[in-house]
Design a protein around this ligand. Structure first.
Ligand code: CMP
Length: 215
């Protein structure tokens, strides 16, 4: 819990008090933690693994908004504004998560300005990221969006090896297209092209991205 940036300013005593009000649980890969429009009751922090945050259209199509990884948190919006969940959350791999009830979360915000500031910074990051996504979906071509999504995946699940990045595949092809906001057929076309140009090497469990050829 000490590694969670949100709680970096808490002293030992405060951290111990926090641990008392947290519940720790391990979830299997693919567990739906909550769905959009449900009432929110808890705040989540990721200790290990990763969680996809996504929204679903009336026809059942999904758009991944973000991937939360270790030390990141989610589920604060509905606790702060009392409205239903703004998106759904599902584990992408086995995850250990900490939860705090809505009431305890609001008490933390009231009593610790640093935690409130941390949440504000997190919300600011999300707004900036969402603005970037609106920009990309409005002005940027599909091929570039796919490449940007590969870079996002590299940031959350990549390991740098010389001039390459090895990306652990926690998303399947449907999910990668939902992250990029492109049709699956477009994703497959771009991936085939990147493979032909030796920019991307594909194996069942990982992608390897050659950075020197990426532009
Ligand atoms: P809440 O609305 O309670 O439940 C869904 C959560 O997903 C939300 O809180 C945020 O923590 C998170 N979330 C919603 N929209 C976005 C977004 N655009 N980018 C990142 N995270 C989001």
């Amino acid at each position: 819990i000490k590694k969670v940036p949100l709680f970096a300013q808490l002293n030992e005593h405060q951290l111990n008090a926090l641990i008392e009000i947290c519940t720790r649980r391990t979830y299997k890969s693919g567990t739906i933690l909550f769905q959009e429009k449900e009432l929110g009751s808890v705040f989540y922090m990721v200790l290990s693994g990763s969680v996809k945050i996504y929204t679903t259209s009336t026809s059942g199509e999904e758009k991944i908004l973000t991937i939360c990884k270790s030390t990141e948190s989610f589920g604060e919006l509905s606790l702060i504004d009392g409205k239903p969940r703004s998106a759904s959350a599902q584990t992408l791999e086995e995850c250990t998560l900490l939860t705090i009830t809505g009431q305890s979360f609001l008490d933390l915000l009231r009593n610790h300005f640093d935690i409130s500031l941390g949440i504000m910074q997190e919300l600011s990051n999300r707004l900036r990221d969402t603005n970037q996504q609106v920009y990309d979906l409005t002005f940027v071509d599909a091929r570039t969006r796919v490449i940007k999504s590969l870079i996002k995946m590299a940031n959350s699940h990549g390991l740098r090896k010389g001039t390459t990045i090895v990306i652990k595949l926690v998303l399947n092809y449907d999910e990668i297209s939902q992250l990029a906001g492109v049709q699956k057929s477009t994703l497959m076309q771009v991936i085939r092209d990147l493979e032909e140009k030796k920019i991307l090497m594909i194996s069942p469990s990982e992608f390897t991205l050659e950075l020197t050829k990426l532009r």
